[in-house]
Design a protein around this ligand. Structure first.
Ligand code: NDP
Ligand code: 2IT
Length: 446
């Protein structure tokens, strides 16, 4: 490994050893792009990596809120404004009990390179809270969002930092957050938030964009590897925003989706009915265990989908980080899986990635494969600036083009450095990193 990369990683571990997901994300990017630093000694003189791994700003704040019984609770809120070399900080908000600064730094760091791959003018950021939206009433969610925004509003704006959704933050939460931002600012600035409802400044296809974009990316992977017309059997972990619309586009593409999951268990169904999944997860916000009763077919099992022994060609992890370790990756291979593309951020740990690589499983890393969500957020910002709205067909066509060109950038980055073009991990990391470093170098001490 390049000695500069090695030294920066060592210093990072000494300084941030407790932030294990952040270290994991940085280590994955830097070790896979080591060759870039061999060829550019100037980057060390300019301390580009030291500048890249330190967020420009991390904001942490108190979020007190009252439940429906008049009891007070206090959560922590955060916004990590990681890198603005390419444009305003852009990235989602996550509400989940596991959220802490280290998780948001990993997500913010990933977001920098993902956003760079879209080629749109957006920097990287991420935020959220350790608040658990599960089991809360709409009124509790609203009070929490309003308290969260009471601090966040000072730090965001259409030209500075533009949040959106992530786990636990969907259209309902974005509506409450955006509504309160407007009250606090006393003005309407639709471009301050993306993922808004279509009736009040949101873009058509933003809800579907991450999942649709993921399938568009997989279609490119299949074409590039000689499987263009193949109709695979697919499993999708998660049954939230990304998973549901990945399943929808997969089904529209004539693929067979045979399993989906949530945080407690998974369903297997050769005749999967996505409408029932939408009803259970989007409308009723309940467990997937209700699926067999509602649909009248399919089986529910507790535990991880990736421990199951079923036959499939493609896995689309769309739930959360580090869902797949080496043991699960080996089981996936034994199930017939030959392609993994990530709708989630960092769902595969390093051992899992090693299993994919050594067994020839095609691997589409999250920062390339799930970039369709944030890309469509940038299209929402563009529409808001122009004060107009594109049709679904127009947004979808742009999203599709963006995913095709992200795939192409991965391939070209590999070819440039003499690496196997099927190595999407290295391709995505090099293509994203080069764009960010070029912008940082051009802008001086940044
Ligand atoms: P949602 O909150 O809509 O859905 C999350 C899903 O993951 C739920 O089905 C949830 O189950 C499941 N889940 C949560 N924790 C676990 C766990 N420990 N094991 C198994 N399943 C789990 O989130 P999104 O769909 O928005 O996000 C999913 C992933 O995609 C995240 O990694 C996110 O960062 C990433 N992403 C999201 C984008 C977006 O536009 N929303 C864009 C790009 C990436 P349950 O229903 O039981 O809670
Ligand atoms: O991880 C991600 O890319 C997102 N949650 C979407 C971010 C955005 O600003 O749309």
């Amino acid at each position: 490994m390049n000695t500069y990369v090695e030294r920066v990683l060592q210093e990072l571990k000494e300084k941030n050893g407790h932030e294990k997901e952040f270290i994991q994300a940085v280590e994955e990017v830097l070790t896979s792009t080591s060759i870039v630093f061999d060829l550019h000694p100037l980057y060390e003189q300019k301390a580009i990596l030291e500048r890249l791994v330190e967020p420009e700003r991390s904001i942490q704040f108190k979020v007190p809120w009252m439940d429906d019984h008049g009891r007070y609770h206090v959560n922590r809120g955060y916004r990590v404004q990681f890198n603005s070399a390419l444009g305003p900080y852009k990235g989602g908000l996550r509400f989940h009990p596991s959220v802490n600064l280290g998780i948001l730094k990993f997500l913010g760091f990933e977001q920098i390179f993902k956003n760079a791959l879209t080629t749109l003018p957006i920097g990287g950021g991420k935020g959220g809270s350790d608040f658990d939206p599960k089991g809360k009433s709409d009124e509790e969610i609203m009070r929490f969002c309003q308290s969260f925004m009471t601090e966040l509003y000072r730090h965001i704006g259409p030209d500075t930092d533009v949040p959106a959704g992530d786990m636990g933050v969907g259209a309902r939460e974005v509506g409450f957050l955006y509504g309160y931002y407007k009250r606090l600012q006393g003005m309407t600035q639709p471009g301050v938030f993306t993922g808004k409802g279509v009736g009040y400044g949101g873009s058509l296809v933003r809800k579907e964009a991450t999942g649709y974009g993921l399938v568009y990316f997989v279609q490119e992977m299949l074409k590039a590897n000689g499987f263009g017309n193949y109709k695979p059997r697919v499993v999708i972990s998660g049954s939230g925003n990304v998973a549901i619309y990945a399943a929808e586009k997969a089904l529209q593409s004539g693929w067979k989706v045979i399993a989906m999951s949530d945080s407690k268990g998974y369903i297997i169904d050769e005749h999967l009915d996505l409408n029932w999944i939408k009803q259970i997860k989007e409308v009723e916000r309940r467990s997937l265990s209700y699926y067999p009763n509602y649909a009248g077919h399919g089986e529910y099992h507790e535990g991880s989908l990736y421990d199951a022994h079923i036959n499939y060609d493609i896995a689309l992890p769309c739930a959360t980080q580090n869902e797949i370790d080496g043991i699960r990756a080996r089981n996936m291979y034994a199930c017939g899986c030959r392609l993994v593309a990530e709708g989630a951020n960092m769902p595969s740990n390093q051992e899992a990635i090693d299993v994919y690589m050594t067994n020839g499983i095609l691997y589409g890393p999250g920062k390339a494969a799930n970039a369709g969500g944030v890309a469509t957020s940038a299209l929402e910002m563009a529409q808001n600036s122009m004060r107009l709205m594109w049709s679904s067909e127009e947004v979808d066509a742009r999203l599709h083009d963006i995913m095709i060109q992200i795939h192409e950038q991965c391939v070209q980055a590999c070819l440039k450095y003499g690496i196997d073009p099927r190595n999407y991990l290295v391709g995505a990391n090099i293509a994203g990193l080069e764009r960010v470093i070029d912008a940082m170098m051009a802008q001086g001490d940044y």
